[in-house]
Design a binder for this molecule. Structure first.
Ligand code: COI
Length: 363
């Protein structure tokens, strides 16, 4: 039976002036809207009805399994305001399907795809005033559905109580520099994921394991780290939280193929589709780090960019390793294809281009 998400309004929502101040410069992931969705699953009885209630801290037992064994998954999506004032999201069925694949990998319960989408609708209905205006550029309301083991129990087994929650956060550019090219640190000491591990799942543990490399990157003056495969340390996988693409001088758009250790990005999948509209040939294959370095040096690679829901399309300007570096794309700005792909994607999301593939869902 479909879940319902009845609403108990926040008795103390933020004043209009405070919300307007937040929306005028949202940054990424720092401020949160007035409500959240919560639903609890219990072994034997399944999902209980959800609720939309005031955003606020959970009361969590110190023995809650998630705090000890990291049984947790999440998604990242965005709500966009169109010119007529309506609010839409992008390919939510893809996120719902990935959420359930992640749930299976982390031994968490699945949630019906319709219930997942209804939970987003319920939250956006409650907090519609938090969706940035149509003319606020790429600003959107970032939606973060997540699920975690909330049973208080220290034995290692799948939790018998699980909490599903959706929160929302107004979002501008993910990186401080906006769409300026970012620099990447090549992590040689750390891998993000191993064969048979959780690399393809969107679980908190993958992001936790990227953080030591992120510290290295920041110490080297870089924005993000890039990971290689854990077996040979040879093939490019992904960044700490984004997929990566290479534009070749021959008009190919190349991205590392999905090997089970790479996140199946919804933005990644969409860009592979859009590439054809822009005259690029999409290619999914293994890419070696030598190829990256040589391609930048000999001009075979003309542009590199990273992508994800949060970062949209972000150009990569520099790759740095212990005793060297290479640059890619025009200095200090996005390359022509990164710009075109970013614009094409945002135009569909903001409703200024026709949605010929049926990617948008009204919230
Ligand atoms: C997203 O792009 O939505 C993610 O979940 C990645 C995270 C680094 C913000």
């Amino acid at each position: 039976m479909a879940l319902t998400f009845p609403m108990t309004p926040n008795p103390a929502p933020r004043a209009d002036a405070e919300r307007a101040e937040i929306l005028s410069n949202p940054g990424f992931g720092q401020k949160f809207s007035d409500h959240m969705v919560v639903s609890i699953w219990r072994e034997g009885s399944g999902w209980g009805d959800g609720e939309v209630k005031a955003y606020g801290p959970f009361q969590l037992d110190p023995a809650a399994a998630v705090l000890h064994y990291a049984q947790e998954i999440f998604e990242g999506m965005k709500a966009y305001r169109h010119e007529d004032g309506s609010v839409w999201t992008f390919r939510p069925e893809k996120n719902a399907a990935r959420f359930n694949r992640s749930a299976n990998r982390l031994a968490l319960p699945e949630i019906d795809e319709n219930d997942f989408v209804e939970s987003l609708k319920a939250l956006v209905k409650a907090d519609e005033s938090w969706v940035p205006a149509f003319d606020a550029g790429e600003a959107s309301l970032y939606l973060r559905p997540f699920m975690f083991a909330s049973e208080a129990f220290l034995g290692v087994r799948p939790s018998r109580e699980v909490t599903y929650c959706v929160i929302a956060s107004p979002a501008g550019a993910y990186f401080k520099g906006g769409v300026k090219p970012v620099s990447l640190w090549l992590s040689r000491d750390y891998s993000r994921a191993g064969v048979g591990g959780t690399g393809a799942a969107k679980c908190g543990g993958n992001y936790a394991s990227s953080l030591a490399a992120q510290i290295e990157a920041n110490e080297r003056g870089c924005d993000q780290s890039v990971f290689l495969d854990s077996v040979e340390g040879k093939y490019v996988e992904e960044l700490g939280g984004m997929n990566v693409f290479f534009v070749t001088k021959d008009g190919e758009l190349v991205t590392p193929q999905l090997t089970g250790t790479i996140l199946e990005g919804v933005t990644r999948d969409s860009i592979l589709e859009l590439a054809k509209d822009l005259g690029l040939t999409p290619v999914e294959r293994r890419v070696t780090i030598e190829e990256w370095i040589e391609g930048c040096n000999d001009g075979t690679i003309s542009e590199i960019f990273a992508c994800g829901t949060a970062a949209v399309v972000t150009p990569v300007g520099r790759l740095v390793w212990t005793d060297g570096e290479v640059t890619s794309g025009p200095e200090g700005e996005a390359g022509p294809y990164a710009t075109k792909i970013r614009e094409a994607l945002l135009a569909i999301q903001k409703g200024t281009a026709e949605d010929t593939r049926g990617w948008m869902t009204r919230l």
